[in-house]
Design a protein around this ligand. Sequence first.
Ligand code: 8YV
Length: 317
Amino acid sequence: MFPEVIERLKQHFCVLSNQADETWSSERLVENLQGKSGLFSTGGERVDASLLAACPDLKICSTMAVGYNNFDIDAMTAAGVLATNAPDVLTETTADFGFALLMATARRVTESEHFLRAGMWTRWSYDLFVGSDIHGSTLGIIGMGRIGQGIARRGAFGFGMRVLYHNRSRLDAATEASCKATYVSKQELLGAADHVVLVIPYSDASRHTIGAAELALMKPTATLINIARGGIVDDTALALALSERRIAAAGLDVFEGEPQVLPGLLKLSNVVLTPHIASATIPTRLAMANLAADNLIGFLVKGKPLTALNPSVLGPR
Ligand code: 8YV
């Protein structure tokens, strides 16, 4: 963690930090949480009923991520423990990365670089690493929250793309107009899009939103980008579809069971793989960490968190 964020926390709390970046087992996490009022999570720690039962002093768990699928919110609410996340501050940086991954995938940037570095480039030819166009193509966005809207704006206004989106609920007309996006069913989007970008939160319900059946609806020339969460895509089905060229290419920043990556994906040349770095710029990561710290200070010192996920627990515990 940024030392300055630890220092900020130390102005208010007695802090036990894991600056050695050791992997804490769940037993060690429980042990280290004894007598602690707050948890500052960098995203991976599972907070569920069994952890809460074993850590009776805990009052707040603050994650420095917008996604909070590591928190069992119902269990936290039942235990009277506040959950907070870190939205907004990462929106534009993450949308930038979604576009970077889309462009790298569609224009075969990493694949062609590996070819060059391996000394395989002996002559230029007209069809060397031909990819698919971004400008003027159809962009399909599944999950039209803040990050999805950021990607839509980049596509519509930066690259003249036709933007289709699918979301649990349709956006209001003004928001749709602000990103020039048209609401369609998931099936229609998958059939029409040249590039599909996934930006939905992970839950049991969104697991395998893209599996074999959905991949079969996509164009053989299409690309699929996942910057949401591992598990939104069935990675095994995707690896098969990519190896059979049933879709052209994929760009993945998140994986089922990460940091492990399905060996079938690692073998393929038509997939761009990055290690969950969509929000990784120093200003953004610092803003995320400071927001997570602000939530801890806001709640434990002033009684007012900034971005509560289960505000119903904000009464006396
Ligand atoms: C985080 C993310 O960097 O915010 C999220 O939901 O996936 C990333 O921006 C990661 O979760 C670690 O906190």
